[in-house]
Structures are given as C-alpha cells and as structure tokens.
Design a protein around this ligand. Structure first.
Ligand code: HDE
Length: 682
C-alpha cells in the first residue's frame, strides 16, 4: 500500500525519506547497534542489590532521556507545522529573478509552522495573541523563508526594542504570571510608553487575535521586501497569504473555554484536516510599489507599523499553497525547524526597514543556542533541496564528511573551488542601493504618525467587530492592577477613537478622556472579516441524538450535510449505538462530557422520543452555549421542542424544519454564515 505521507515529485519529501526510520517490528539495540536482551531490569549485584555502572544499556537509555529537551523558542514557542507545496499561477519575471516565481505551474515544496507568540511550549492555543505564519520554500536555488505573522503590522518600528516588548508581554519576572496572556500590567505599561504600538494593538484587540483555525487566517510578510529582476531593477513588495476558507475567529468567552477543554484545538484541527484529505489552501499575493513611488504615500513604506491599504495598492494573486502532509515526528521536524527572514534567494532582497534589519541578526543567533551550534542547517528539515558547498567546517554535531585537503578560498590546489558564481549564473548579488547618511541613533520623521492607520483600522470594522475590540480592551486593561496604566492607555487610545476610549474607560473605572479623536475617516473594507469568504466546508456540527429518533430522516440529513462538506459528529449521553424508533440505529462518537459546544461550529439537535431529563439538560447546555457564542443552531423532530423550551425559536441563525431536504439547504447556509451577531444575548 502506498504510504499516504509520500507525495510524488516533492523533492523535499524525497530528501527526507533517507533520514526516516521504521522501528516497528525491529529488534531492540543500543545506539551502538548491539542487540539488547533485557529492558525491564537494570544490572544489579544480586536481585536486591545495587545497580551496576557497567550496565551500558541502562546508562545510555538514561543519559539520552536526561538530554531530551532543548530550549524552547524564546518567542513563538508553541507551534505546529505541516508540509505542502506552492504552485505558481502567474510569472513574476518582470519583477524578480527568483526561479520559483518564473514559470506558471512550477511547484515548490514548503514547510509551514504556525505559532502563538507569548506562551510557553505547552500553553493553550486560543490565547489572545498574534499567530506566527512561517513558511520555508525549498526552492531549486536554496531556501527562501517567509517568516510572517497573521497580522500585517508590528508593535515596534526598530528591532532594538524587541527584547523590551517581549519582556513586557511574557509572564512577569517576579512571579511568572500570567501564562500566554497580554492582559497584565507590564504589557500595557509598555504600550502606553511606546505609542508606536497603537496600530498593532488595534489588530491585537480585534478578532484576528483569536482565530477559529490556522486554516482560516491570513498571513503577512509584514516587512517591505524587495523584488529584483534579471536586469537588476528593484521593486518594493509585500507578501500575503489569503486562506481559501476565509478569515474567521471565535469569540473571547469561547476561546478561554477552548483552552480548558482542548488546549490543542488548533493543532488538532490542522492535523485532522490534513489526515482527512481536506488540505488547507492559501493563495499567495503580492503588493508591488515602484521604486519611483517610494515617497508618494502618506506613510513611510519602510515602517512595519503601517499597511499598504489593499484598495490603494491591490494584492495580485500569483500562486497557491496547499498543506498536504503531516510531519512524521514533531521534534525532528517542527521543533528543529530553523526559520530565518535572512534566508532569501536571488531576486528577493531586503529593504532598510529597521525592524527587518535587526531580525536578520537575531534568527541565526537564536538557533545557535536552541539547536546547539552552527550546523543546524544539516538537520534534515533545514537542508536545502539543492546541493551546498562551502568552506564552513567542523563545529558541534557536524554530519557532512567534506572530503579532501582544501577548506579555504582562494586556493590554487583546487583551482579556486568551490568557486563563486556570477549573478548571470545564479549567484546571489545584493541589491546595489545607494546609501548616504550620517551614523545616527534616531528615527525618521516619516515614522512618527502612530495613530492614523490605527484609526483607519477601527473605521474599517463592522459594528460587532468594534464591539469586540472594546470588550477586548476592557478585559485586558481590567486585568491590569495599576489604575495609572489603565488611565494612560485609554488616554493614548483617545487619539485613535474617542468614543471607543471613553467606553473602555467607563468599563474599567478610570476617567473617560474628554478630548482626542481622529480626523481620519478613511476605511479599508478589506480589513473587515465581515467581507471575507464564507463557505460551509470543513465546519463541524455537534449532532445531539437521543434514543427513539427517526432513523431514516436523520441519516438523510447527516449525509446531506456531509455532501456539502460539513463534518457532523454524533453526540449522545453514551458512546456507541443510539437506538432509532424507525430506520437504522446510529453510532455516537462522543458523549456530552467528552465533547463540548465550544469545540464545534454549530449544533443540530434531534433528540428522540425516549430522551430523559438528563439528556434534555445536556442538550440545553449545548444550545445555550452555541446561542451565546452566536453560532448556527438547527433542530428537527423532537429537537424543535428543545428550541422552544430554550426560547430560541425566533432568533436569527436558528433553523427548524420539518422537511429534511430544506433543513439541509437552510442549515448549510447558516453554517457558512459563521456567526449571527444580531442575536440578543445577556
Ligand atoms: Fe520573530 N523571532 N522577531 N518576528 N518570529 C523568532 O526565532 C525577532 C518579528 C516570527 O515557527 C525567534 O527561531 C526579532 C516579526 C515567527 O520557528 C527570534 C524581531 C515577525 C517566528 C525572533 C522579531 C516575526 C519568530 C525565536 C524584531 C513577523 C517563529 C525563535 C525585529 C513578520 C518561527 C526563532 C518558527 C521567531 C526574533 C519580530 C515572526 C528570537 C528580534 C515582525 C513567525 O529569533
């Protein structure tokens, strides 16, 4: 049988194959290859005597175990990754010499790691946080890493402030509280004292920071990069990933509960989707600005706290990425993956964005510690798929056996090889930007406007999204013990939107700012999740099924939902067979207590003629939670009675139907709609 993890024609997969090993069915040996006869009892001097040091198997086993951990990433520690491929739709030849962007149809293997930023490796995945979206393209010309986030701007403008930002957001040093949360004094103290954070904070307080799924997030390169074509001409470029399933989020109450019920919710969702063959897809887009237009905008295009509004600089979709293979081993692949924004290929170059410039140093530096030395590029996941030759040698854990006498340049013994290669033959040449300036520690005047785009972001939000931002700010600041910090922050955000700042101030017990506001009326509709793609595909439905249900009709409905790409999961008071009154019995995969409403996108309640009081109570809990979280609710048969008992019959997004076919049609539309914000909730 074909191993479903194997993808034909994927050069990275072929390369990894030589490092994979199968242990199943094999004999146990030591690392030296000696067969082991005893793995239960250590060697002792007598059955009740002391363990002997000469038991080499025991020593090796224990030593390896003692050394199994490496330092977690200082940021983005909690992450999950998958393999896939990128396919080009449209040639970028006019803009870049990058080989993987020349010929439509070219496929490039990729490895993508998603992550939260602040939390430790074991923290809950539904933290209110930025998500990392790091992609390694294994191109024929070497690795290109697009180490991005799901938010297109950043908190700070200069990399020198990154350690301060991270110290502020991480758990506080005196008590290591709170884990994976920005809702504490030091973070907001940093915000108030570093007002360049304003725009990013608006995104961070928005629904973007609590995504429904990694599969439903956008990704952004954030910085302005440079495309350089064969003739050496440069263009400014920003990179975008657009998810085929649209951009969707959960609500905050739900996020917090998911963290308890299933802290692996996001990785589980990605893993399962790939295992089922529902491969997540993103389209790849570029925004391009001519060099001549560098100064034509009312912001500095090198400032990473600014976006290029899509309405002003359209996103050109040039390709598609599909994630189609889970890793074989999380440590070997995901944990040891070393991303670096400085991993570029000919045709892609940097700009003077001071945030990007600093990152170019930090990423190698961190791998030296985390992966233990300078040979991390030899770890299978990090190897390029093209050959690599140079005079770098030795160091901890060196694996390559470089043959021969010469390890220096220039040389005559080997006729100056490995030889350098001119740009015509694919040698990387740095863009010859003319630079002229004094050495100063300063920031350009053009980086000083911190509030206009923050205001534009708020203007672009729909009413429910604005409400969520205010609630998020009230929550976060409400968790700050210092009233002074709360006050400073609302005063700061009065420059973004006065009404917003006033409402938050009222909630958190500080003085509402009297003046402020923004003159910016511009909005960018592309920023609102209200305008995103809405499809039912891969959405989950909790089907609440009890004894005595109408077997034939319910089966038809469940199959009808599956036909439309929805994933129903049958839940009852017991796992296993649920008896039908007529037609076939069905199997419950979960019980009310092994599942939870926060883990599903929607609920369909059937009940049954024989359900008892406990079932009705459980079903009502599911309905209430779904209702409070604005999720689609459907009911047929005895389930309709439960809708009435819970007084939901007239609410939006609540579908009750007698006819199975029309129930399926209406319910599928409701699931695609994602949430019903117009509902009255307490
Ligand atoms: Fe990172 N960042 N970062 N970052 N970053 C790291 O590198 C850093 C920034 C991002 O899945 C670290 O290998 C500095 C922006 C992602 O393995 C570290 C600055 C963006 C990941 C580091 C930034 C990112 C990291 C920690 C300020 C979006 C996870 C472990 C200039 C464009 C990659 C590691 C993965 C990881 C430094 C800012 C994205 C310490 C100094 C802006 C997705 O090197």
């Amino acid at each position: 049988m074909k191993d479903k993890r194997k993808v034909d024609g994927n050069s990275k997969d072929e390369q990894l194959e030589q490092f994979r090993t199968e242990d199943q069915g094999k004999e146990l040996t030591t690392n030296q290859g000696v067969k082991v006869s005893e793995d239960e009892f250590s060697l002792k001097a007598g059955e009740r005597g002391p363990t002997l040091m000469e038991d080499f198997h025991f020593r090796e086993k224990m030593t390896h175990f003692d050394h199994e951990r490496i330092p977690e990433r200082v940021v983005h520690a909690r992450g999950f990754a998958a393999h896939g491929e990128f396919e080009l739709y449209e040639s970028m030849k006019d803009y870049t010499a990058a080989k993987f962007l020349q010929k439509p149809g070219t496929k490039t293997p990729v490895f993508v790691r998603f992550s939260t930023v602040a939390g430790s490796k074991g923290s809950g995945e539904l933290a209110r946080d930025v998500r990392g979206f790091a992609t390694k393209f294994y191109t024929e010309e070497g690795n290109f890493d697009l180490v991005g986030n799901n938010i297109p701007v950043f908190f700070i403008q200069d990399a020198i402030k990154f350690p301060d930002l991270i110290h502020a957001v991480k758990p506080e040093p005196h008590n290591e509280i709170p884990q994976a949360a920005s809702a504490h004094d030091t973070f907001w103290d940093f915000v108030a004292n570093n007002q360049e954070t304003a725009h990013m904070i608006m995104w961070h307080m928005s629904d973007r920071a609590i995504p429904r799924s990694f599969r439903m997030m956008e990704g952004f390169g954030v910085h302005t990069f440079r495309f350089v074509n064969e003739k050496g001409k440069g263009h400014f470029v920003k990179f975008h990933w657009k998810p085929k399933l649209g951009v969707h989020s959960v609500v905050w109450d739900e996020a917090q509960k998911i963290n308890g019920k299933d802290p692996d919710f996001h990785r589980g969702d990605l893993y399962e989707s790939i295992e089922k063959g529902n491969y997540p897809e993103w389209e790849f887009g570029v925004q391009i600005i001519d060099e001549e237009d560098e100064h034509k905008f009312d912001f500095d295009i090198l400032d990473a706290t600014k976006i290029w509004p899509e309405e002003d600089v359209p996103v050109r979709i040039i390709g598609k990425m599909t994630l189609n293979r889970n890793v074989d081993n999380v440590f070997a692949e995901t944990e040891q993956a070393a991303f670096h924004p400085g991993h570029v290929v000919p045709g892609i170059d940097f700009t003077n964005d001071p945030l990007l410039q600093g990152r170019l140093f930090s990423y190698t530096d961190t791998q030296l510690l985390r992966l233990g030395g300078p040979n991390f590029h030899e770890i299978p996941i990090n190897r390029p798929v093209c050959p690599f030759h140079n005079n770098q040698r030795d160091g901890f854990m060196r694996q390559t056996i470089n043959k021969g006498q010469v390890s220096y340049h220039k040389n005559s013994l080997w006729n100056n090889t490995p030889s350098t290669v001119g740009p015509k033959d694919g040698g990387y040449q740095h863009y010859q930007e003319k630079v002229d300036g004094r050495k100063v520690q300063a920031r350009s005047e053009s980086f000083q406007d911190h509030f206009s785009q923050a205001a534009m972001f708020y203007n672009s939000m729909s009413a429910p999204e604005k409400k969520h931002i205010k609630e998020a700010m009230s929550f976060e600041l409400g968790k700050c013990k210092s009233k002074d910090i709360r006050q400073q922050v609302v005063d700061m955000f009065s420059h973004v939107n006065l009404e917003m700042a006033q409402e938050v101030a009222e909630n958190i017990g500080v003085t509402p700012p009297k003046s402020g506001g923004s003159e910016i009326s511009k909005a960018s509709p592309a920023l609102s999740q209200e305008n995103t793609t809405k499809v039912p595909d891969t959405r989950t439905t909790a089907v609440l099924l009890g004894e005595g249900f109408n077997g034939s009709e319910v089966k038809k409905i469940v199959e009808g939902l599956e036909d439309k790409g929805i994933e129903p999961v049958i839940i009852s008071d017991k796992q296993g067979k649920v008896k039908a009154a007529k037609g076939k019995d069905m199997e419950a995969e979960e019980r009310f207590d092994t599942a939870d409403p926060v883990l599903f996108d929607s609920v369909y309640v059937v009940a049954g003629v024989q359900v008892d009081k406990k079932f009705r109570q459980n079903a009502s809990y599911y309905l209430q939670e779904m209702y409070q979280h604005f999720k689609p609710i459907g009911a047929t048969h005895e389930g309709e009675q439960l809708i009435k008992e819970n007084e939901m019959a007239d609410q939006e997004g609540v579908i009750t139907e007698k006819d199975p076919d029309s129930f399926v049609t209406r319910f599928v539309d409701a699931v695609a709609a994602h949430r019903y914000w117009g509902r009255k909730v307490d």
